[in-house]
Write a protein that binds this ligand. Structure first.
Ligand code: TXA
Ligand code: MG
Length: 348
């Protein structure tokens, strides 16, 4: 299959957008930018499109997809018993990086929900995404547009790297703004529960709807505690190199990483270092990448996946990373970094 790329960085190319919409209506696949990461879109109401998504990504088909919509009214056709809390959250955060889980209506095929009776729904905050959803019939199922197990794509080149030749089209909207996948909240039963942390954190949710809980499977690194979002159980975002997070007072972290990088290089290994802008200058060995500034946490979120991909390309053997417990997005950043590290943390 030849994958066509349409560039829409500054304005939407209407002709190509119509083509993209037609591809979705005919059951094909189009990758597109959102404010979080790039998505791999197919018609959410077409079971066969869901199958194609799983095949293109090499993803297990028990892992449900998020349905992307462009108007709130669209939610009523696919979700049953929408609670008041969902309306409040939609008012506060849609369009935006928040996914909500509801009981599903008949219209949504089980192929899209990985066999579940619930459906995850989100309205992305990106003009290209919203135009595509409208052009494609209003319901676009989209996981992140990476091969299963690789870091989520934060620019069109990452999508090409993974999916060129496997999908019909890529809409290139430039670099994404946030860089980590949306926050997922389950509103289908009981106390609203956060299944995946993201840009919108627990405190921001609680300011709008009161008490929420964190999924136990998220907080535990015990693999017997199963996360409620099936996708959270996989070792995602995994770079090829082994990644270790080094935690502790900043000076000691820098000293230890320098020592480990020296030892690795002496043993003939290629070492990658992930550092905040504030400490980059203190590293003397290894391939050092600045992830962003501790005073601008979104810059850290935005660069994480791209750096992991770059280290893959450079065939680095080992990666050492500082830890980034920032105020708003710290939990989301550390959730992704911990997964990439397979929970390998060194305290100094
Ligand atoms: O920011 C995002 O959410 C991006 C962009 C493209 O919108 N999408 C994304 O999709 O991250 P994906 O498929 O990579 O992650 C979806 C997560 C998975 O962990 C999946 O298990 C969970 O959402 N999920 C989807 N539907 C669910 C459901 N009904 N119940 C529980 N978890 C669900
Ligand atoms: Mg994903």
């Amino acid at each position: 299959m030849k994958t066509v790329t349409a560039v829409m960085r500054d304005r939407i190319d209407q002709e190509m957008m119509e083509k993209a919409g037609a591809i979705l209506k005919q059951g094909g696949l189009v990758a597109f930018p959102t404010e979080t990461v790039y998505g791999l879109g197919g018609n959410a109401l077409d079971e066969q499109a869901a199958e194609k998504i799983y095949a293109a990504k090499g993803r297990p088909s028990d892992n449900p997809l998020i349905v992307h919509i462009a108007e709130f009214e669209a939610l009523e056709r696919i979700a049953d018993g929408i609670p008041e809390a969902a309306r409040k959250l939609a008012d506060a955060f849609w369009p935006g990086p928040l996914t909500m889980i509801f009981n599903k209506k008949e219209l949504v095929p089980h192929g899209t929900t990985g066999g579940l009776e619930t459906v995850a729904v989100r309205m992305p905050d990106h003009p290209v995404a919203l135009a595509l959803i409208r052009a494609g019939g209003g319901y676009v199922a989209a996981p992140s547009a990476n091969l299963s197990g690789r870091p989520s794509p934060t620019c069109a080149a990452h999508v090409q790297e993974d999916l060129d030749g496997r999908i019909d089209m890529i809409l290139d909207g430039g670099d994404v703004g946030i860089g980590l996948e949306s926050t997922i909240v389950d509103l289908s039963e009981g106390v609203p529960t956060i299944l995946r942390p993201g840009y919108i954190n627990q405190q921001m949710l609680e300011e709008v709807i009161g008490r929420t809980e964190m999924d136990r499977g998220l907080l535990s690194d015990d693999s017997d505690v199963r996360p409620r979002a099936p996708g959270m159980k996989y070792r995602h975002y995994a770079p090829k190199a082994s990644l270790t997070i080094v935690e502790g007072p900043q000076e000691r972290v820098i000293a230890r990483i320098n020592q480990l990088a020296d030892e690795g290089e002496a043993a003939g290994e290629k070492i990658g270092v992930i550092a905040a802008a504030e400490s980059t200058q203190h590293y003397g060995s290894g391939i050092v990448r600045t992830i962003g500034s501790r005073s601008d946490e979104i810059s850290i979120a935005r660069h994480l996946f791209g750096i992991l991909r770059e280290f893959d390309r450079l065939e680095v053997d080992r990666i050492y990373s500082e830890s980034f417990e920032t105020p708003q997005m710290g939990q989301a950043i550390m959730n992704r970094l911990m997964k990439a590290a397979g929970h390998q943390v060194m305290e100094v």
